[in-house]
Design a protein around this ligand. Structure first.
Ligand SMILES: C[S@@+](CC[C@H](N)C(=O)[O-])C[C@H]1O[C@@H](n2cnc3c(N)ncnc32)[C@H](O)[C@@H]1O
Length: 311
């Protein structure tokens, strides 16, 4: 797919109905020969809308007005390029815990959680957040993770987590203000609720930082899994990670994780893991597939705002 097509698809399938600002901007970039030519100097993996828009916001540039964005990007390309080459999209969305919760709560307790592609580890605290599924509240305090759940009964309580560890190529540190500023820049412009959620979740993680290891989800997973306490159910999980991993490495990862004790939860785009059959997606918007031990269970919206259990 060309870079122009990727920006047009991002506008139509990811930003549409979620961020009018990014929808407008991505459409403009998809037709902007000058910005597309600059993006063409980067490796393909570095040309993504979320990375470009996040870097411009991180540097204090304008994203509301596509014309101002164009001028800023062209004038400040050396600084933007340098950031795009060193940074990656590491959006850490605690809201995704709301779609993991029904599966986590149904497993034998207590749990030892190991997240691969953990970013700053904010999805490692599903037991510390509060949830609202329609009228059904679970837990108390902040952040409250709102989720529309269809075809699945929300759990009665949060899981019992006795160990939490994360693995990431580039772990971010919630106690480092520059790392939190980057996570903030990755949040889409209109999403004040997600910004507030980031701050609240980061405060929870900072009070009891998780064990976060720098490493690769294939090569370094067995050693970290071996540190999990006995007497707890090991749960290896990942959300919105495998699209960043080349296909042969995804296959290698699946093989490694299948060889571990415990359970495996994947919450990923439908095309990154080989499922025999999936029901039709609920609409044109981008949905992830939630799966337990390789069996697909539900469609989920990418920031955890909706879960639709398969019939
Ligand atoms: C989009 S973020 C998602 C973070 C978190 N899972 C969430 O849902 O909020 C993807 C993360 O996967 C990490 N990642 C990508 N490839 C990886 C690999 N081969 N091994 C470990 N982490 C990886 C990235 O560094 C990044 O932090």
């Amino acid at each position: 797919m060309t870079t122009a097509a990727k920006y047009a698809e991002f506008a139509a399938r990811e930003a549409h109905g979620v961020s009018p600002t990014y929808e407008r901007l991505a459409r403009a970039v998809s037709r902007d020969e000058q910005v597309l030519a600059l993006l063409g100097t980067l490796p393909p993996i570095k040309r993504q809308p979320n990375l470009l828009f996040g870097v411009v916001r991180f540097l204090g540039g304008p994203v509301e007005d596509p014309a101002a964005f164009h001028d800023y990007t062209v004038e400040n390309w050396p600084a933007i390029e340098a950031e795009m080459r060193t940074r990656a999209t590491q959006t850490n969305e605690a809201g995704r815990c709301a779609v993991l919760l029904p599966v986590l709560a149904a497993l034998p307790q207590p749990l030892a959680l190991l997240e691969v592609g953990a970013s700053a580890g904010l999805c490692l605290y599903p037991d510390r957040y509060a949830y609202r599924y329609g009228d059904h509240m679970i837990g108390s305090g902040e952040p409250v993770l709102e989720c529309v759940a269809t075809g699945v009964a929300p759990p009665a309580s949060v899981p019992d987590v006795v160990w939490r560890a994360g693995l990431d190529l580039n772990p971010l540190d919630v106690t480092d203000s520059a790392d939190v500023a980057w996570l903030d820049a990755l949040i889409w412009p209109e999403h004040a609720h997600r910004r507030a959620r980031l701050q609240a979740a980061a405060a929870i993680a900072a009070a009891e930082p998780p064990l976060l290891m720098r490493g690769d989800l294939v090569d370094d997973l067995p050693a970290l899994a071996a540190q999990a306490p006995t007497g707890a159910t090991l749960v290896v999980f990942h959300t919105s990670v495998l699209y960043q991993v080349p296909a042969p490495r995804r296959e290698a990862f699946a093989e490694v994780v299948r060889g571990l004790p415990g359970h495996w939860i994947a919450n990923e785009a439908p095309d990154v893991l080989p499922y025999d059959a999936l029901p039709n997606p609920p609409g044109a918007a981008l949905y992830n597939v939630l799966a337990l031990d390789g069996t697909p269970l539900a469609w989920t919206r990418t920031h955890g705002q909706k879960i639709i259990w398969f019939a």
